[in-house]
Design a protein around this ligand. Structure first.
Ligand code: ADP
Ligand code: MG
Ligand code: MG
Length: 208
């Protein structure tokens, strides 16, 4: 059941995953950016975890706390982008106690749209959008096919992972990697990779 306990365990699992993959995210960002993505996110999610013991009435309250914390703790591009994503997600779920498939799909769409509103990236610009958009599309398809929330998240997570892989040949047109122009091709986008990790944590927490 995708309730407040799921939301808390998702965010805890996301923090664990970011921490575990810290060095890998740093390495991806070192090649086409400034090498701080793993550090930025690990610090941000570390601060989030410290607040996870609080009292949250519903998933939306958890996401709001995550948004505020990431925005205030994480510098660089990713902090405001993920902060906006979680803030929009919080608004999309409102005060629902349990999220059904339609609500989850709306939540993912709102998160992705928030990142686009903030960062103005198009599909194919080699950013985290290239992981979020396939996830949103998979979620919408899951709703159309009547899949359960757990199955929706599994599909969205797999789509985000494929999306992150598919950033490898792209030439970056947004963010620091765009300074490299054609030389950014051949490397995976770090933000797309961290998006895949965060959405995988959502799916794995839903299966428990
Ligand atoms: P910075 O580039 O400021 O050091 P990070 O390294 O934490 O910030 O995050 C870099 C990631 O942010 C990129 O890999 C990319 O996925 C994402 N990103 C950067 N600019 C944008 C944008 N305009 N829209 C969407 N995502 C972006
Ligand atoms: Mg960076
Ligand atoms: Mg930086």
């Amino acid at each position: 059941m995708l309730d407040v306990q799921w939301a808390v365990s998702w965010i805890r699992a996301a923090a664990d995953s970011v921490h575990e993959h810290r060095a890998g995210l740093i390495e991806l960002d070192r090649v086409i950016g400034d090498g701080d993505h793993g550090e930025n996110l690990d610090r941000g999610f570390g601060a989030v975890v410290e607040k996870l013991d609080g009292d949250f009435a519903n998933p939306g309250e958890v996401f709001k706390m995550v948004a505020m914390t990431l925005m205030s703790v994480v510098g660089g591009a990713a902090g405001p982008l993920y902060g906006t994503a979680f803030l929009r997600a919080a608004t999309a779920v409102g005060d629902s106690a349990v999220l059904d498939s339609a609500r989850l799909a709306a939540m993912l769409t709102a998160a992705r749209d928030g990142i686009v509103a903030r960062g103005k990236a198009d599909a194919g610009d080699k950013t985290m959008i290239d992981a979020w958009t396939p996830a949103v599309e998979a979620a919408d398809e899951a709703v159309e096919n009547g899949l359960a929330p757990e199955e929706l998240l599994a599909a969205a997570s797999a789509a985000a992972e494929a999306g992150a892989r598919d950033t490898e040949p792209m030439v970056a047109r947004k963010g620091r990697a765009s300074y490299l122009g054609e030389r950014s091709a051949g490397h995976r986008d770090p933000g797309a990779q961290s998006t895949a990790l965060i959405l995988r944590a959502a799916a794995e927490s839903a299966r428990e």
